[in-house]
Design a protein around this ligand. Structure first.
Ligand SMILES: *[C@@H]1O[C@H](CO)[C@@H](O)[C@H](O)[C@H]1NC(C)=O
Ligand SMILES: *[C@@H]1O[C@H](CO)[C@@H](O)[C@H](O)[C@H]1NC(C)=O
Ligand SMILES: *[C@@H]1O[C@H](CO)[C@@H](O)[C@H](O)[C@H]1NC(C)=O
Length: 336
């Protein structure tokens, strides 16, 4: 089915699809000619469900197999029981975004960081087949991949895994994949979802069923790094962090594709897992304070962004600065 749709899209081959140009209104306009990404229960395009089950692979990594994954198959108990999956350990599910796959820097760097700190069940969702197509098609595939991830999580629930022990982490389009997956699990809610610069083009604030929102897990935390262009600027979670204002990132130069800023979200998060130096953020009085000034003076309350143990705090909008280069975290000093 993917090839069928791909054929449909070659009709518009005059448009360059491989990557967006400089925070580029032309690329954005060419994408936005298409209807928004559908939710799981919407069938208004060419029908829903054009991602094959075999296009999405669930890959288990643990300290016993940090590099060679074991494939877990939905509804296949033997694949789980015969793997290194440890029912006494927490589960981190990592989902990449557009033009990426299971070997990309996100999830690789986050997996490596977690396994350095602790022995966990790391499950990398590889949906590369459905993500390495033009942006429009990839965004339309999000709901299908999300639904397949829901089925996988429901399978884990049936095998005895509690969603209290599950943390879903998604970057870009992958943030919406985990949001949709979380919304439909049968014995939820999922404990935590981390959305790393959730993708904006073809997603809207209005259609919550097509994107990550705060009802998809008990605790939804979002890191915004390319807000208003490749990522959402508007808050989507219980806690929304805006490193460096959340729109452009220091060290990214002109960043004509926006990809540098967009990728900072997973780089900050990966660093936060192992870093002794925290990403300390200040709480803004409101989203307006951040929106109108690009920064926040702070209410006096602080919260650490990311970390091995997620820092739950007061729901709200948080601002911090970072270094322009690795290591990015600035520590516990005045983050403004
Ligand atoms: C999809 O489900 C939501 C509620 O979960 C509902 O509000 C919406 O109308 C549904 N959309 C369609 C097309 O059925
Ligand atoms: C797994 O089993 C559930 C419940 O029987 C079913 O709804 C679902 O379609 C199955 N999924 C796969 C991928 O086999
Ligand atoms: C994890 O540990 C290995 C071996 O000590 C080290 O080479 C690697 O840089 C560490 N990775 C992270 C993200 O800390």
């Amino acid at each position: 089915m993917i090839s069928l749709l791909f054929a449909l899209f070659t009709v518009v081959s005059a448009v360059t699809w491989d990557a967006p140009t400089p925070y580029d209104p032309v690329w954005l306009a060419s994408v936005q000619m298409y209807p928004p990404a559908p939710a799981v229960n919407e069938t208004r395009f060419w029908g829903f469900g054009w991602v094959y089950e075999s296009d999405v692979e669930f890959r288990l990594f643990t300290r016993r197999n940090p590099y060679d994954f074991q494939v877990l198959k939905t509804n296949d108990s033997a694949s789980l029981r015969e793997s290194n999956f440890d029912f006494s350990k927490k589960v981190k599910v990592l989902t990449h975004g557009w033009l990426n796959n299971g070997h990309g820097p996100m999830p690789e760097s986050i997996k490596e960081a977690y396994l350095n700190v602790s022995d966990l069940n790391i499950i990398v969702v590889d949906w590369g087949v459905a993500a390495n197509v033009n942006y429009v098609l990839a965004s339309y595939n999000v709901a299908s991949v999300g639904r397949l991830l829901t089925q996988f999580l429901n399978f884990l629930i049936g095998e005895g895994v509690s969603m209290d022990d599950v943390h879903l982490i998604g970057h870009s389009l992958g943030a919406h994949v985990v949001g949709i997956a979380g919304a439909y699990v049968k014995k939820g809610p999922i404990d935590t979802i981390t959305g790393l610069d959730p993708a904006l083009p073809l997603f809207t604030l209005g259609n919550k069923d097509a994107r990550l929102d705060k009802h998809d897990a008990r605790h939804v935390e979002v890191i915004h790094t390319c807000g208003g262009y490749l990522g959402f600027a508007s808050p989507l979670g219980h806690i929304d962090f805006y490193p460096n204002g959340g729109t452009r990132q220091p060290g990214c130069g002109f960043d004509y594709r926006g990809l540098c800023a967009h990728n900072r979200a997973h780089m900050f998060f990966a660093e936060s897992i192992t870093s002794a130096v925290p990403f300390t953020a200040v709480r803004c009085t409101s989203y307006d304070e951040l929106y109108y000034t690009g920064s926040c003076r702070g209410t006096g309350e602080t919260l650490i962004m990311g970390g091995f143990d997620i820092h739950y705090g007061k729901d709200g909008i948080y601002y911090l600065r970072t270094n322009a280069e690795k290591p990015y975290a600035l520590g516990a000093g005045d983050p403004t």
